[in-house]
Design a protein around this ligand. Structure first.
Ligand SMILES: N[C@@H](CCC(=O)N[C@@H](CS)C(=O)NCC(=O)O)C(=O)O
Length: 198
């Protein structure tokens, strides 16, 4: 049994974080028993980001969705699943989605002023009364800083969304090329595609 420490659900999804859903979907696919522990403070994670897991058997704590999946592939019976290093193409797409497309999603959710109110109104109830709004504003400030450090936050809104469209088009043609799921349905990265394209 493992504990998945992750952010709460939102918009009908099991977590507001795609990286958290990625790990949970992986556990579901390979049938690893797990228990979700809801966290709202990223500082509780060893790497300051969610998710992390605690393996109750080995007592190990592992942070970062990719390291978690690597650990589970090594330590649990996941025979049906192919590891992403078997496919350099999948690995390259993983990096594009997690290191680039993710930041356009972050921009859309936390930086684009058009969406700030929707996000804050939706997430404030995840916290005790009165602290939700100020806490979310702090998170927002931190994520705006992150978007500048990564680079996406330095572009105009039009440029950010153009980059996202380019990447979604690349994923779309990759999808067609590999004949939708036929080759990757058993890959450890399937949850990533499901989650980010949802
Ligand atoms: N590389 C990490 C990324 C995790 C990540 O970016 N988590 C975000 C939520 S989607 C987070 O916890 N951010 C909090 C922060 O940066 O303060 C993974 O794959 O787990």
């Amino acid at each position: 049994m493992i504990e998945i420490h992750q952010y709460p659900s939102a918009w009908g999804l099991s977590s507001l974080s795609p990286f958290c859903i990625k790990v949970e979907v992986f556990c579901k696919i390979v049938k690893i028993p797990y228990q979700v522990i809801i966290e709202t403070n990223p500082l509780k994670s060893p790497k300051g980001k969610m998710p992390f897991i605690v393996d109750l058997k080995s007592k190990k704590t592992i942070a970062d969705s990719s390291f978690i999946i690597e650990y589970l592939l090594k330590n649990y019976d996941c025979k049906l699943i192919q590891h992403h290093t078997d496919s350099p193409e999948l690995y390259a797409f993983q990096k594009m989605i997690e290191e680039s497309l993710y930041f356009s999603i972050l921009y859309n959710r936390w930086v684009d002023p058009q969406n700030t109110k929707i996000v804050v109104d939706k997430f404030k109830d995840l916290f005790p009364p009165f602290i939700g709004k100020p806490f979310l504003n702090l998170i927002r400030m931190n994520l705006i800083k992150q978007s500048k450090a990564q680079g996406i936050g330095r572009h105009s809104k039009k440029e950010v969304y153009q980059l996202a469209v380019n990447e979604l088009k690349a994923i779309d043609s990759f999808w067609v090329q590999i004949n939708t799921f036929q080759e990757i349905k058993l890959a450890a990265l399937t949850p990533l595609f499901i989650v980010f394209l949802h």
